[in-house]
Design a protein around this ligand. Structure first.
Ligand SMILES: [Zn+2]
Length: 135
């Protein structure tokens, strides 16, 4: 659990399986039942082949930092969290997700760094996935 602000995620019919899994500490991703493309963000059809038909798979919860930025002066609820890292993490299953890198000095984050998921619970039930360096 990080010191970053958490918020109630906007749960929609398309994202409910994702958020339900986060409450159990599981990272799941939608995958096309036709071409097997792993999809992000959740939706009812495949953006690669336009087939309707998506199944949910268990993700490893690991990936690499694709890109990141360090915010030194946050705003609103993020003011006291500064400095913090916003990053795109490329999951081992393929999709890139916008997230935070936590549990480390922001100055040590690098592109290509291996990271794994951490969970920040919210009062409403779902947990927010964030990532921390491996090892
Ligand atoms: Zn597809």
């Amino acid at each position: 659990m990080s010191d970053l602000p958490t918020f109630a995620p906007p749960v929609t019919p398309e994202t409910k399986p994702f958020w339900d899994a986060t409450a159990e500490g599981r990272l799941v991703l939608p995958r096309c039942t036709s071409c097997q493309t792993v999809i992000w963000y959740p939706r009812t059809f495949c953006p690669a082949c336009h087939t309707e038909g998506v199944e949910w798979i268990e993700a490893t919860g690991e990936g690499t930092v694709y890109s990141y930025t360090v915010t030194h002066k946050g705003d609103g609820p993020w003011r006291d969290a500064s400095p913090y890292v916003m990053a795109y993490v490329e999951l081992d299953e393929g999709p890139r997700v916008l997230t935070n890198i936590v549990e480390c000095d922001p100055a040590t984050v690098t592109v290509g760094q291996r990271v794994s998921v951490r969970w920040d619970p919210t009062e409403e039930g779902p947990a927010i996935p964030r990532f921390a360096p491996v090892g």
